[in-house]
Design a protein around this ligand. Structure first.
Ligand code: ZN
Length: 136
């Protein structure tokens, strides 16, 4: 069994932005040479999240509408007395900071409409993502 780790960076250009990272994860899996195992996708940040869903321009707008409905940017937040990103922390708390997905026959297993997204809630920033493949 092998364990291979890679850190990648993703830069957002807006405060709230969803970025499709599927290609980067799949490229890492190909490069790793692992045919069967698991990939861990870990986002070491407190104001961003990961999710798996469809990538299509209109649903991307709907994601942004959902974020604003769940946690409006301009709310009355305690954390904003010491920082100006309470909404970003709260949204990140509702999302995941990691995924573990299967690799079978050298391919990442995911649903047809499951693209992997990094959702930055406090951009523009450069975000780190740690990828770990475990398998053989
Ligand atoms: Zn903060």
């Amino acid at each position: 069994m092998k364990v291979i780790t890679r850190e990648i960076t993703i830069s957002s250009r807006r405060r709230r932005e969803v970025i499709n990272i599927s290609d980067k994860v799949e490229e890492f899996i190909k490069d790793s040479g692992i045919k069967n195992g698991l990939v861990l996708i870990f986002l070491p940040h407190a104001t961003a999240g990961l999710f798996a869903n469809e990538d299509e321009p209109r649903i991307r707008k709907d994601y942004e509408t959902l974020f604003e409905r769940l946690v409006p940017v301009n709310g009355d937040y305690e954390h904003n007395k010491i920082d100006n990103n309470a909404d970003a922390h709260l949204l990140a708390a509702l999302f995941k900071q990691f995924y573990v997905l299967p690799i079978v026959n050298g391919e990442l297993v995911r649903g047809t409409w499951q693209e992997l997204f990094l959702a930055d809630f406090d951009g523009p920033r450069t975000r780190r993502i740690v990828l770990v493949v475990i398998g053989e």
